[in-house]
Design a protein around this ligand. Structure first.
Ligand code: G3H
Ligand code: 13P
Ligand code: ZN
Length: 307
């Protein structure tokens, strides 16, 4: 087993009408939960870490841990930098052993986004590493940058961007957003934009960020056992499945894993007040992640038996 880039995964996913799940991790239990679910479902997967996750865990610890767990559990996976803020961070991850990086220039001026993406693509491709970029702005907070409104991706600009940068996949803004509070009213995604991009860039893999569904039962469990998470709302799973049957080949989910882990650990601790072995409550968190990822593979991604 080894870490792989995303090229073949995306080719197969596009042809097969499914998506690869990209799950954020920053610790051992999250990683094992994700990989165990993928082993159970024989599913391809992308393990991703943000800048803050890398700072939390340590870059070399993360790479070694992902390699070892992939080997031990028996699932080949890609290790991807999520929302890489600059060339230096992307280079650092590539040099440390990541097999895919995102350079997120979505908040920059268009020409600056093209330039920084090209720079990363050139370095990454010389090391056989895949690159994801982003065009358009998701409402909400992306790392340190906050936007109140969506700036939907312009399909013609997407074509120009891909042609000029040579980037391997493109994250687009069609109405998803990061975190647990995505819609106040009815959920709405701009499938017309996705359709137009797909028509203008045939066979090209598109990425959807901010794609957690925010299961209300899981939120209720967290709240029942001492949590205080009000008004959380995610993307309906039918919309995500529709996107994954189209040009979307990578779907990013972090919030749903955080909610599931937190809810199950709160429940475990409330029901086992005398227990203080971390393996017991962290183990409950790990099992919850496995269950959520397993469900995502079935009802959102359609990636069962894609390994
Ligand atoms: O899109 C952002 C991811 O959910 C990562 O979040 O920066 O808190 O690790 P983070
Ligand atoms: P969620 O917050 O919807 O899980 O999105 C995560 C994400 O896009 C990571 O890049
Ligand atoms: Zn994201």
């Amino acid at each position: 087993m080894s870490l792989i880039n995303t090229k073949k995964m995306f080719e197969k996913a596009y042809k097969g009408g499914y998506s690869i799940g990209a799950f954020n991790i920053s610790d051992l239990e999250q990683l094992q939960g994700v990989l165990r679910a993928c082993k159970e479902k024989n599913s391809a997967v992308i393990i991703q870490a943000s800048k803050s996750a890398i700072e939390y865990a340590g870059i070399n610890t993360l790479v070694a841990m992902v390699k070892a767990a992939s080997d031990e559990i028996g699932v080949d996976c890609a290790l991807h930098l999520d929302h890489g803020p600059n060339f230096e961070m992307a280079k650092k991850c590539i040099d440390a052993g990541f097999t895919s990086v995102m350079i997120d220039g979505s908040h920059l001026d268009y020409e600056e986004n093209v330039a920084i993406t090209k720079e990363v693509v050139e370095y990454a491709h010389s090391k056989n590493v895949s690159v994801e970029a982003e065009l358009g702005v998701l409402a909400g907070t992306e790392d340190d940058v906050t936007s109140d409104v969506h700036k939907f991706t312009d399909p013609d600009q997407a074509v120009d961007f891909v042609n000029r940068t040579g980037v391997d996949s493109l994250a687009i803004a069609i109405g998803t957003s990061h975190g647990a509070f995505k819609f106040k009213g009815e959920a709405k995604l701009r499938f017309d934009i996705l359709e137009s991009i797909q028509a203008k860039l045939p066979n090209y893999p598109i990425v959807l960020h901010g794609a957690s569904a925010v299961d209300q039962e899981i939120v209720a469990t967290a709240n029942k056992f001492g949590g205080d998470i009000a008004g959380a709302k995610g993307i309906p799973v039918e919309m995500l499945r529709k996107a994954s049957s189209m040009a979307v080949c990578k779907i990013n989910m972090d919030t749903d894993l955080r909610l599931a882990m937190t809810a199950s650990m709160r429940k475990f601790m409330a029901e086992n007040p005398s227990q203080f072995d971390p393996r017991k409550y962290l183990g409950a968190g790990r099992d919850a992640i496995q269950a959520v990822v397993s469900e995502k593979i079935d009802i959102v991604l359609g990636s069962k038996d894609s390994l």
